[in-house]
Design a protein around this ligand. Structure first.
Ligand code: PLP
Length: 348
């Protein structure tokens, strides 16, 4: 999967990196409020964190206007992606997704012998919802949509996606992975949670790994119909045995901390702007990104580019798309983007 590939490239790193730009993390880390709360919670480290988790879940439910039985939390959203694959595709069938997209859930489906139907992105690198709908067969058990999409950083037209979900979810569950939605100017206008509230068979995945800077602490959740949450609960490692006390504490302290989110987004946009200028000045194009990562076409073989950059202590990833080599670079701190620029100029 994408994440495993990240781990594999990380494992190949010979020494320390000047720029860690391969895993779409938030290098500004947890907020200072979250860090203090974690330190303060340590005396309670001997307790199972069931009650605290209820507090976090209550906070999420209140904000989203959903009942407790529509929410499932876990140690990041990854266990819930895996749980969905096992729950919905263990008896075979197929999953429909865009290509390329975040491949963790579809590759899990392939591992349990289901088929992955890949629908190419449109020429503007956005989801081809019409083609995806046509690709659905009687054996389709799940449709996966990553919005904004990883690795392209693109978004789908919200009105079209809402129509799509309303129609398609009557036939087959739709999984909308909103891991990067917090980076959009107006996440509430883009989320499909409203569809769930209207009774549609949609599973929304969210994570604290991105804008909240808690990837290493592990908190994520899904929002879906109560019957789907009940089903997922048979297989997904979730709730009070899956999440750790410091992780829940940090998530509680960070959730909807607007000042912190705005600060992260501002710094991230400044770094992204610097990247765009660097690419332009070196004669490269890029896919305009709504997220904290950017894809740009390379002028050399992708694997070689990544290796040369690793030699210069800059970690990033390569992709093959439309017979072209691409780089996906996560947006780091400004010093990391500068390290990238220095290494990149030596190669280009
Ligand atoms: N979904 C997408 C689109 C991602 O890019 C990632 C991680 O990079 C995840 C889900 C999983 O993240 P986590 O398990 O940290 O919530």
């Amino acid at each position: 999967s994408g994440l495993q590939a990240d781990a594999a490239s990380a494992a190949r790193i010979p020494g320390p990196l000047k720029a860690r730009l391969f895993a779409n993390e938030n290098p500004f880390g947890p907020s200072s409020i979250a860090k203090k709360a974690m330190i303060d919670c340590m005396d309670n480290g001997y307790q199972y964190p069931f009650m605290l988790l209820k507090d976090l879940e209550a906070k999420i439910c209140a904000y989203e206007g959903i009942d407790a039985n529509m929410l499932m939390t876990s140690a990041g959203s990854s266990p819930l992606l895996l749980g969905s694959a096992i729950t919905l595709l263990s008896n075979g069938g197929n999953i429909v997704s865009a290509d390329p997209t975040y491949d963790d859930l579809p590759t899990r489906c392939e591992k349990i012998k289901a088929t992955w139907i890949k629908v190419p992105l449109k020429p503007d690198y956005t989801h081809d919802l019409d083609a995806m709908e046509k690709a659905i067969t009687a054996e389709t058990k799940l449709v996966y949509i990553c919005n904004p999409n990883n690795p392209t950083g693109t978004i789908v037209d919200v009105a079209k996606l809402k129509d799509f979900c309303e129609r398609v979810s009557k036939k087959v569950p739709v999984f909308v992975d909103e891991a990067y939605i917090d980076y959009l100017p107006d996440p509430a206008a883009t989320t499909l949670i409203d569809g769930v509230k209207k009774g549609q068979n949609i599973i929304i995945a969210r994570t604290f790994s991105k804008v909240y800077g808690l990837a290493g602490l592990r908190v994520g959740y899904v929002i879906a119909q109560p019957a789907m949450i009940e089903l997922l609960g048979h297989y997904a490692a979730a709730g009070g045995y899956a999440l750790s006390l410091p992780a829940i504490t940090a998530a509680l302290a960070s959730y909807n901390d607007k000042a912190y989110i705005d600060e992260v987004k501002k710094k991230m946009e400044a770094s992204k702007h610097f990247l765009y200028e660097t690419l332009k000045s070196e004669g490269y194009s890029y896919i305009p990104s709504y997220t904290n990562f950017v894809m740009f076409p390379l002028k050399m073989e992708g694997q070689r580019f990544v290796e040369e950059m690793y030699k210069r202590e800059v970690g990033l990833r390569n992709w093959k798309l439309n017979n072209q080599d691409w780089c996906r670079i996560s947006i780091g701190r400004m010093d990391e983007m500068q390290a990238f620029a220095t290494a990149f100029k030596e190669l280009s």
